[in-house]
Design a protein around this ligand. Structure first.
Ligand code: ADP
Ligand code: MG
Length: 699
């Protein structure tokens, strides 16, 4: 039976309206999608409390009690029914706002009930609003152990789709499909690794028979989820190893050596040297290189990129560097052209704003091989961009390009070019395995010498005047400052007003002290943005007011102060990225996180993490724990869906390692999954990953 083809709206108790809400709120339509709506926690229903032991801080609880004094209270909107529940230790008020008829007919004062709900307090009296009540003599099945609790939204609750209702729907599905859910792993595999069968696992996740089976059920589902992700991504790697020869890079020649001996702007750090060596070995191996270069902001990845490009030129290949935004592509172009200016290398910039005539010229020169280095944005991915002989592709990606886009670049040459992906947000190992499992990894784990650690402070909005004074002090020393505002699409208009008002205030205050301000934001025309940026980069303006467009890559070593407005609205890795814009010169740098007085616990944790550490890896781990991997910036757009349904990359690292190991050993034997016993894997991979590639970043 195809459970992905069965629509839940035909289930008893669901219907069109509820089905529509489940679809818009949770994206659930089919039986299968519903079955993979996994409880986020379980309540232990084997414990019965005494009323005297209750307090309003407890989660869901249950008591065994009799009920008296059922009566209606209030009128109109506040019409409600109330009753008193009591056991030998005390009493408790029960309140209902609906379902009166049912209550009147159901409640018998002589009988004992199992009363379940969340205790709260009103006028220092304990109550439960909308308790679930069942005759105790008929409730034994409820007491058997764990009860699933499902994530719900406000809209769902209004439509009576609470956790209990979801549980009923799950029950109805199991009844309807008559115990048969098609298995998604081969039987030999299930036996070998002692997994539960899918049907049993799903059933127990929703209706746990015991804590032990629940544990096994969750394991099976998490394991399978991570296993298929690993199998899919590692398959790429194994296939490439067999199918793709790499462009041979046997030479280290004039370009590399001349640059190294004459034009290197500063001695390489040991980490930079090591990474260049790793890359050189890889490119010289005869296989195609696919490597991830991780290095914290400011660790000097650009220089590594340049030296690798020169390696390609020495071996008579063209090379390209692709950046996620125009600003960054421009900056790379400027920096790299400057570094290479005396070496007679033909280098150009191609972005969305390149003029038609110039663009055609560039296309032409790439095709005939006269251009050696091209730097650009997604514009490089367009089909019209054809190279004469591209040997190395570098992607400065910040999570924004995915597997699919990378694959597109391989096809720009007969022999697929070597690919180097540079990322500035250190990502935890588990996430790297999931997103970049097909890549080898190099790490720059050392910052260039002479950097002073950035001092990070937290300040409330009410202190803005003091902060202005502090900025002024730094400007007096000849430094420059960034002031960053959030611009997040939901409330774009309001954010925009805040930005403009902020800009005005800043401009007013600082102009009177003799300082000038630039502003850039995403809505500006590219030329205006460029001009404002130029003013700041050249030091003609001392303050740059910006939205997060500066997050990526901008490099102004004289800027030593970063103020982030509404810092509570930024994610951790974003804050870290922003902070990385300062601390690039020899001066003491500061990052000031401004927040309103009232912030959530999670925001407080993010701010505290930022204040306490500069270590990108530590921050990335904290981010993963706080937000869950589905939320980590960019992962949704990465082409590989990282929206895990069951597993959690923050918690399930051990399962992931195991899944990855097993996937590797399978592929080692059968890289194309063509053996008879592996056909289930191949089918399942096609089913799971066929629709997930999103091309929106290319078009
Ligand atoms: P990121 O890794 O964030 O891309 P960049 O490549 O922009 O970092 O480098 C950050 C800054 O460090 C730049 O100003 C660059 O010139 C400088 N830098 C890079 N390598 C070294 C080095 N070996 N010694 C001193 N400064 C360096
Ligand atoms: Mg960079």
């Amino acid at each position: 039976m195809e459970i992905s083809g069965l629509n839940i709206k035909f289930l008893t108790g669901v219907g069109e309206k509820k089905a529509a809400i489940l679809n818009t709120e949770l994206g659930i339509q089919s039986y299968e999608e519903m079955l993979y709506h996994i409880p986020y926690k379980y309540i232990d229903r084997s414990k019965i409390y005494k009323i005297a032991d209750l307090n309003p801080h407890l989660p869901y609880i249950q008591v065994k009690a009799r009920i008296r004094d059922l009566k209606s209270l209030g009128a109109g909107k506040s019409l409600r029914m109330s009753a008193t529940a009591y056991d030998e230790t005390g009493e408790l008020e029960l309140i209902w706002f609906k379902g009166f008829k049912y209550l009147n007919s159901q409640i018998e004062t002589e009988k004992e009930y199992l009363i379940f709900g969340q205790p709260s307090a009103f006028n220092r009296k304990l109550n439960i609003i909308h308790p679930e009540i069942d005759l105790f003599e008929k409730a034994s099945h409820l007491l058997s152990g764990f009860q699933a609790v499902y994530p719900t939204t406000e809209k769902m609750k209004k439509a009576f789709l609470n956790s209990k209702a979801i549980s009923k729907i799950q029950g109805a599905i199991f009844k309807n499909i008559n115990g048969k859910i098609p298995e998604t792993l081969p039987a030999w595999f299930i036996q070998k690794y002692r997994l539960l069968y899918l049907h049993e696992a799903l059933y127990n996740v929703h209706f746990p028979e015991s804590p032990e089976t629940l544990r096994k059920a969750l394991f099976r589902l998490k394991f399978e989820e991570l296993f298929y992700i690993q199998l899919n991504i590692l398959k790429l790697k194994y296939k490439r190893k067999i199918a793709f020869k790499g462009c041979p890079f046997p030479l280290i020649g004039d370009y590399f050596n001349t640059f190294y001996h004459q034009y290197l702007p500063f001695p390489l750090t040991n980490a930079q040297k090591r990474v260049i060596k790793e890359i050189r070995q890889d490119c010289g191996s005869g296989k195609q290189m696919n490597r991830l270069l991780q290095g914290d902001v400011g660790s000097g990845k650009t220089l590594v990129a340049v030296m690798c490009m020169l390696m390609a030129l020495d071996n008579h290949y063209q090379t390209c560097l692709m950046a996620p935004t125009e600003i960054l592509a421009n900056q790379h172009f400027t920096t790299i052209s400057e570094m290479l200016k005396d070496m007679g290398i033909r280098i150009a910039l191609l972005t969305g704003s390149t003029k038609k005539k110039e663009r055609t010229e560039i296309h032409q020169q790439l095709a005939d091989g006269s251009l050696q280095i091209i730097i650009g944005t997604h514009a490089l991915l367009e089909d019209v961009v054809a190279f004469n002989n591209v040997g190395l592709v570098i992607i400065d990606e910040q999570h924004r390009f995915g597997v699919a886009q990378r694959a597109k670049l391989w096809h720009k040459n007969n022999i697929p070019p070597h690919v180097l992906v540079m990322t500035a947000t250190p990502i935890p190992r588990t996430l790297a395995m999931t997103l970049y499992g097909d890549l080898d990894v190099s790490v720059i784990d050392e910052l260039p010498p002479g950097r002073k650690p950035i001092t990070t402070l937290h300040a409330f909005d009410t202190k803005r005047q003091e902060i202005f004074k502090f900025i002024e002090q730094e400007l007096k020393k000849g430094r420059q400052a960034y002031i960053v505002y959030p611009l997040i699409s939901e409330s774009e208009k309001m954010d925009f007003r805040n930005l403009e008002e902020g800009y005005q205030k800043i401009n007013e205050y600082f102009l009177s002290k003799g300082y000038k301000t630039s502003m850039v934001h995403g809505k500006m025309k590219a030329v205006d943005k460029e001009e404002e940026m130029r003013l700041f980069v050249t030091g003609e303006t001392q303050i740059l007011v910006a939205t997060t467009v500066i997050e990526v890559g901008v490099n102004v070593p004289n800027a030593s102060l970063m103020v982030i407005e509404s810092a509570e609205r930024f994610g951790l890795s974003q804050l870290h990225q922003l902070r990385g814009r300062v601390g690039r010169g020899a001066e003491q740098s500061y990052c000031i996180l401004m927040t309103s007085y009232k912030i959530s616990n999670d925001s407080r944790k993010r701010i505290d993490t930022m204040v306490s550490t500069n270590d990108g890896f530590e921050i990335a781990e904290a981010d993963l724990k706080l937000r869950g991997p589905g939320d980590i910036e960019g992962t949704q757009q990465s082409g590989l869906s990282c929206n895990l349904k069951v597993a959690n990359l923050g918690k399930d690292a051990l399962i992931l390692n195991e899944a990855s190991r097993i996937a590797s050993s399978l592929l080692e034997e059968d890289p194309d999954l063509q053996k008879e016993e592996n056909t289930v894997f191949a089918t399942q991979i096609r089913r799971l990953f066929k629709t997930k590639i999103k091309w929106r970043y290319i078009s």
